[in-house]
Design a binder for this molecule. Structure first.
Ligand code: ADP
Ligand code: MG
Length: 611
């Protein structure tokens, strides 16, 4: 009796394999554009019709193929990119499986015209559903043009699965945008249904970002560029107050290949160090360059996922780079020249006062090899140490009011020196805002959020300190709690103790407070614990914070001076001073601005003063 097993024809095998490589028009665009990049193209034009369903055409000025290669390229496992398994270890091209053209040709009508610059004539190949229908010589420009028509014409189930033209178009646009960002050195043209949507010249990554996102969005991005012997990390991150509710603008490239990696994603988020709440997503565009031997890209056919040999170190490095970028830049919003209402937190009214001016004076930190000594990177401990030049700040202040942190001065922020000018004049406005003269004009500080930032960083730092600083109460306070709150307090005891609460559980629902954090205002000892617990629960409902961070936030919010509290001049100076000793004086732990500056130029314009 004859067996029941037969070998599938190559055609059928390709059609089945196509399901993995070609899921929708977007995948065709991705594969073909990657081929153009691998072919060394410096200019790529993408044309689509009906969301790519009726036509996808990619034209490049790359190496082209000779006659023989043009025909063979559509065979399964036909590739010029690797020859041996060893090559795979260090693959530098985007493709290497030799599957894309075969898969695409199996499920569409494909035409290829290509010419190598060293040859006089080009080649033309026409394939339908994997069948070679035509092969001839043809006049052609050096480079390659591939047209893919009627995608999935012979796989009705697949075709049926496609979404509206508009949806497929959006997917393609995302791919094109991603490619354009990954390779600003390549000119990119994109046309959909006869309309030219992009015409990007080759240039720097900054130019490309401006072209794609517009000048105004670009202004909200902070650059970074750090190298170690093992890897380099460069790109841009968004300022925290521009974080969005979705992940749309997050780009990660490894050796110019677009990848997804949860660990790096998390490292970036952690780099923001609580400046962004969970559920908000910052813009990022991050280029990782790493020795190919240290990565495994052969994890999934779509090649989006990669494995790193040393994920931990990369995590730490990326996190420190992001922190440094945020810390090295002036995050102070200043009033928009044209904005009549002033700062309202929106794009239109935000103009970022000054770009990073000098980091050359950043004693030590810039030169430090963060990668080799992750423990010495920008930690909370470091961040409590004031910027160099801080002691110049309000130099007429009594020394007793200087912040207690006097360790090695790690930072020299040009921008913070703005605040370091002539602290001679200082006022409190409506018991709410502190106004102060600075070199460039006027600085306005929201007293509550400023204090919140100070207390928050102290709380975070004290979690890592062994000895909590607590102020013993002469007469212990007894606090009655609901059983729910009592259970919560019990759970949070280690964290509460760390920030300076000295408490004992007593009976069923009673807590005896014997000491409180030194920052607690006299007279509020009885209510502060309940306030913190309430705030903690509030936060829990709104966002997912880890318990420590939530305790720090709740404590700083409730213990901070409030709007309406009258401050003495000494208190105001002390607050400003402590504020600028924090790692992030310009944004409160919830992401609200702490400082607003109005320049003298702005005032002059308002008063129509010409000099
Ligand atoms: P892979 O990219 O994995 O090698 P593909 O099926 O995508 O496999 O392409 C097969 C081969 O066809 C490539 O290895 C390359 O030699 C050639 N090729 C494809 N597209 C182009 C192009 N735009 N320019 C020059 N050669 C190309
Ligand atoms: Mg390919």
């Amino acid at each position: 009796m004859a067996g029941t097993i037969t070998i599938l024809s190559e055609q059928l095998a390709n059609k089945i394999a196509a399901g993995e490589v070609v899921q929708r028009p977007e995948s065709v665009v991705k594969e073909l554009v990657e081929n153009s990049i691998d072919a060394g193209a410096t200019s790529i034009a993408i044309t689509i019709k009906d969301g790519g369903k009726s036509l996808i055409q990619i034209s490049d000025n790359g190496s082209g193929m000779n006659d023989e290669d043009a025909a063979i390229a559509f065979q399964r496992h036909a590739t010029s990119k690797i020859k041996s398994y060893e090559d795979l270890e260090s693959v530098g091209t985007l493709g290497f499986r030799g599957e894309a053209l075969a898969s695409i040709a199996a499920v569409a009508h494909v035409e290829l015209k290509t010419r190598r610059s060293t040859e006089d004539v080009g080649s033309f190949v026409r394939i339908e559903g994997g069948d070679l229908k035509e092969r001839s010589v043809a006049a052609a420009q050096p480079g390659t043009i591939i047209s893919v028509r009627n995608l999935f014409y012979n796989t009705p189930a697949r075709r049926h699965f496609l979404k509206s033209n508009n949806t497929e178009f959006k997917h393609i646009y995302d791919v094109v945008q991603r490619v354009a960002l990954s390779r600003p050195d390549i000119a990119v043209q994109f046309t959909s249904d006869e309309e030219e949507l992009l015409n990007l010249h080759s240039g720097t990554i900054a130019e490309r970002l401006k072209n794609l996102y517009g000048e105004r969005h670009f202004e909200t991005l902070l650059p970074f560029d750090e190298k170690t012997e093992m890897l380099s990390v460069s790109g841009f991150i968004g300022k925290p107050d521009f974080a969005r509710k979705s992940r749309v603008d997050q780009y990660l490239f490894l050796n110019k290949r677009s990848i997804v990696n949860r660990s790096i994603n998390h490292a970036i988020f952690s780099g923001y160090e609580h400046l962004i709440e969970k559920g908000n997503f910052p813009f990022y565009l991050l280029f990782l360059e790493l020795d190919p031997h240290k990565v495994d890209v052969n994890v999934h056919p779509s090649k989006m996922e990669v494995k790193f040999a040393d994920e931990q170190s990369i995590y730490r490095f990326v996190m420190s780079v992001v922190r440094k970028a945020l810390g090295s830049n002036d995050l102070v919003p200043s009033l928009d020249v044209n904005g009549p209402k002033g700062f309202d937190g929106s794009f239109a009214s935000l103009r970022h006062a000054s770009l990073p001016r000098h980091f050359s004076g950043g004693a030590g930190y810039n030169e430090r090899n963060i990668f080799s000594s992750p423990s010495s990177s920008f930690t909370q401990e470091d961040s409590r140490q004031g910027p160099a030049g801080l002691d110049k700040l309000f130099s007429d202040m009594p020394t007793a009011q200087l912040p207690e942190a006097t360790g090695p001065q790690q930072f020299a922020h040009g921008t913070r020196e703005d605040e370091a000018q002539e602290g001679k004049a200082i006022w409190q406005l409506h018991n709410k805002y502190i106004l102060s003269q600075i070199r460039t004009g006027l600085m306005i500080v929201d007293q509550h959020v400023a204090h919140e930032r100070v207390l928050y960083e102290r709380a975070i730092a004290s979690f890592d300190n062994a000895v909590p600083v607590s102020q013993q109460l002469l007469f212990p306070h007894t606090v009655e709690l609901s059983s729910g709150d009592f259970a919560l307090a019990k759970e949070l005891i280690p964290h509460l103790q760390a920030i300076g609460f000295d408490l004992k559980l007593f009976g069923k629902n009673t807590i005896v407070l014997e000491g409180v954090p030194t920052e607690i205002k006299a007279g509020t000892e009885g209510s502060i614990l309940q306030d913190i617990l309430d705030e903690f629960k509030n936060n829990q409902h709104r966002v997912k914070l880890d318990a420590r961070d939530n305790v720090a936030k709740s404590f700083s919010c409730k213990a901070a001076i409030k709007a309406g509290d009258k401050l003495s001049e000494v208190e105001m100076r002390a607050l400003i001073d402590q504020l600028f000793a924090t790692s992030m004086p310009y944004v409160c732990p919830h992401g609200r601005p702490v400082v607003v500056k109005i320049s003298i130029g702005e005032l002059d314009r308002r008063f129509m003063r010409t000099s």
